[in-house]
Design a protein around this ligand. Structure first.
Ligand SMILES: Cc1ncc(COP(=O)(O)O)c(C=O)c1O
Length: 473
């Protein structure tokens, strides 16, 4: 199918979930009732749901069929081995623990690694600092709940939406090494490498950067955790943008990428395409002790280690989803869909982060320059977008980042972004055109959009449950 301007979706839609159209008046009331927080809207009131790509996409026929093969034995289930073998084959990792989702893996490995450092080196966890190219909020939350401080070491291009750069998810290697030296290597219980880097706009990390980061980690004897929600999209970007890998398959690039970590924690609800599921896996014998401690914690928190947080059928489905999510033409279509949306938004003058893996990230700071960061411009934009078109999106800015737990001050945020997250194989090009038209209407009224202030603010992970109201002008 060469020389076509546009290639349509490479699948047939065979199951339909009806959605309802609502009036502006209805939506104004609904968003007010939600405390100006789209997380608290009922999904029945949402026309296009771009809150997340996590567990919200379609599944393939083969994944659905695999569910029927589930072995629901409490221990030693055949379905566990289907999953563990897939992990070994795809990533080269020896030891697998299934978890109910990504944070299920985090609640196991994070306390184990912090306690291990404390025990072995006689250190105080309050002095510990963990580094990442950029922490996802639950990974940050678990690290902080366990007493450590987090530090993001991203490159200067990462959040500048006016700059194009092929690997905006890369670590700033100099800042990483300087940071480790400054706090002392013993005080760094782990490094988290997030691929793709969600918070920077689904931006990829190159293999060259992974390699160099891992060398630093080896030098200081610090384990590296690959936060792997979007491992396949990252591999696709490497194939498209990193010269040395353009002739490699997605499978080869994935395997290669995982040589530069010791452990993987995965929310399987993204690239592995399952509605619910997660994986914690360890590379080799060097991580055997940690693996055994994690298994014990898994029993207490998730379930027996050969099912973790998952039923047998779900492990079978995940084993297939890991592979289906890596298909070359699927990834090419998915990334092209995001590029189409970003190009359409930029054409009407809405500045975006360069297209990333799973979402278009609108620069709300630029669209609403009259709203200061502490009044959450991207959150205000999300409420307006909902009022105009029933589209639900999510703020990735100051509201999400939160306060410094020690000082209580709002943390300075590198960009105020609104994430339009695209669920897998759920919305078509017509939906993308509708979203672009909605932004045209939002833009025309931009000067009248008001900032927001809290009426209820939880201490951690506030963006899930906080309530806000418009600031009086
Ligand atoms: C990079 C990254 N890590 C971890 C998580 C947490 O995964 P889960 O939502 O499955 O608990 C997410 C979820 O969005 C994520 O994007």
């Amino acid at each position: 199918m060469e020389n076509f301007k546009h290639l349509p979706e490479p699948f047939r839609i065979r199951v339909i979930e009806p959605v309802k159209r609502t009036t502006r008046e209805y939506r104004e009331e609904a968003i007010l009732k939600s405390g100006m927080n789209p997380f608290l809207l009922d999904s029945k009131d949402v026309f296009i749901d771009l809150l997340t790509d996590s567990g919200t996409g379609a599944v393939t026929q083969d994944m659905q069929a695999a569910m029927l093969r589930g072995d629901e034995a409490y221990s030693g289930s055949r379905s566990y081995y289907a999953l563990a073998n897939a992990v070994k084959e795809i990533f080269g990792y020896e030891y697998t623990i299934p978890t109910h989702q990504g944070r299920g893996a985090e609640q196991i490995y994070i306390p184990v690694l912090i306690a291990k450092r404390e025990r072995e080196k006689g250190l105080d966890r309050r002095k510990m600092v963990v580094f990442s190219n950029y922490f996802f909020d639950t990974t940050q939350g678990h690290s902080q709940i366990n007493g450590a401080t987090v530090r993001n070491v991203y490159i200067k291009e990462a959040f500048d939406t006016s700059v194009k750069y092929p690997f905006k998810g890369n670590f700033d290697l100099e800042k990483l090494e300087q940071g480790i030296q400054e706090v002392g290597a013993n005080n760094v219980p782990y490094i988290v490498c997030t691929i793709t880097c969600n918070s920077a706009g689904g931006q990829p990390v190159s293999i060259a950067n992974l390699k160099a980061m891992y060398e630093i980690a080896r030098k200081y004897d610090i384990p590296v955790i690959m936060d792997s929600a979007r491992f396949a999209e990252n591999a696709y970007f490497i194939q498209q943008r990193e010269a040395a890998y353009q002739d490699w398959t997605i499978e080869q690039i994935t395997y290669e990428s995982y040589r530069y970590a010791d452990c993987l924690a995965m929310s399987a609800k993204k690239d592995a395409m399952v509605p619910m599921g997660g994986i914690l896996a360890f590379k080799d014998q060097s991580m055997e002790e940690v693996y055994h401690e994690c298994r014990t914690l898994c029993v207490a928190q998730e379930g027996f280690p050969t099912y973790g947080g998952l039923e047998g059928g779900a492990m079978e489905r995940l084993a297939i989803g890991l592979r289906d999510g890596m298909r070359q033409e699927w990834l090419a279509y998915r990334i092209a869909q995001i590029e189409y949306l970003v190009a359409g938004l930029e054409r009407i003058g809405v500045a975006c982060q360069q297209p990333g893996g799973h979402a278009a990230f609108v620069d709300a700071g630029k669209l609403l320059p009259h709203i200061p960061p502490e009044q959450f411009p991207a959150q205000a934009l999300s409420c307006e977008l909902y009022k105009v078109a029933g589209i639900r999106a999510v703020e990735i800015g100051s509201f999400l980042l939160g306060r410094d737990p020690k000082t209580g001050q709002q943390l300075p945020c590198p960009a105020e972004l609104l994430r339009l997250t695209i669920p897998r194989a759920t919305y078509t090009q017509t939906h993308m055109d509708f979203i672009i038209e909605a932004f045209q209407k939002v833009k025309e009224n931009a000067a009248n959009i008001k900032g927001l202030t809290f009426t209820y603010e939880p201490k951690v992970l506030r963006h899930f449950t906080a309530r806000l109201k418009e600031v009086e002008s």
